[in-house]
Design a protein around this ligand. Structure first.
Ligand SMILES: C[S@@+](CC[C@H](N)C(=O)[O-])C[C@H]1O[C@@H](n2cnc3c(N)ncnc32)[C@H](O)[C@@H]1O
Length: 256
């Protein structure tokens, strides 16, 4: 049986929010900032642009979305067009580690469910890039996986086998120091139980009909094995995993 990367598999089943804390984490992040029509936003790892579409619909801000995955970006373009938001959101293929934008271009960078997928060196490079492209005083919003128990090696290994990505989640302090070391001045966070595949989380994030459609697609014979493996992990040993949403502010010019 073909094993797909977890987020691609869930997207194929119809899931639109491919992130550990779902809307609980995303809404917390959005509450940390003041968005308006003049806010220049960069969404890194936008995938099919669920968050960008939410932000542009609510605030009419200008958003640039980047992702490495060309197929996800094709889907994003169709969804942006269907939402009538082509004047507000543009997308392009780019690597978070080497962003094709000038220094100090954006007021806000948002990056959900991507840093966890990188090793420590790549995490540092990506966060340094976010700091570079943010204006002084600009805000970085991130959303990732964290955990409290120290002895979680077995669950983390099972997570990697389950989603077919070499993820490296960090404990809260290490997430915070990642942002401090990159030069962010103020770092605050919010954490809670991971809800990606809990029944309650799926209904909250995708609506009742959306959640039922995902489950029905997951139980089709060609998907059943991977769906059940992911469902059992996230509702079993994976319950020790949490989401972390972090808001980091870049220092103002001249401030120490
Ligand atoms: C788990 S999905 C999250 C998608 C979306 N942010 C969300 O929360 O629903 C991770 C995304 O990160 C993208 N990605 C992974 N590494 C990347 C990189 N180095 N640069 C840009 N995008 C990357 C993948 O293509 C994928 O779309």
């Amino acid at each position: 049986m073909k094993k797909e990367v977890g987020h691609n598999f869930l997207a194929k089943l119809g899931k639109k929010r491919l992130r550990p804390g779902g809307t609980a984490a995303t809404d917390w992040l959005i509450r940390q900032v003041h968005l308006g029509q003049d806010t220049q936003v960069l969404e890194v790892a936008c995938n099919m642009c669920t968050t960008a579409i939410q932000l542009a619909s609510q605030y009419r801000c200008r958003i640039t979305g980047v992702d490495m995955d060309a197929r996800a970006l094709d889907k994003a373009r169709q969804r942006i067009e269907a939402a009538g938001l082509a004047d507000y959101i543009t997308v392009q293929q780019a690597n978070a580690l080497k962003l094709p934008f000038a220094d100090e271009s954006f007021d806000l960078v948002i990056n959900e469910a991507m840093l966890t997928m990188l090793n420590q060196n790549a995490k540092e490079k990506a966060v340094a890039e976010y700091c570079r492209v943010l204006k002084p005083g600009g805000i970085l919003l991130t959303h990732d996986i964290t955990y409290v128990k120290a002895d979680l090696a077995e669950q983390l290994e099972e997570l990697r086998r389950t989603i077919h990505v070499q993820v490296e989640p960090l404990q809260v302090q290490r997430w915070e120091s990642l942002f401090h070391h990159a030069g962010f001045a103020q770092v605050t966070h919010h954490a809670g139980p991971m809800s990606l595949m809990s029944i309650r989380g799926m209904i909250r994030d995708e609506g009742l009909l959306g959640a039922l459609r995902i489950i029905r697609n997951g139980l089709r014979s060609e998907n059943r094995q991977q769906f059940q493996q992911m469902f059992r992990f996230f509702n079993g040993p994976g319950r020790d995993l949490n989401y972390i949403a972090v808001c980091s502010r870049k220092g103002e010019a001249g401030a120490s």
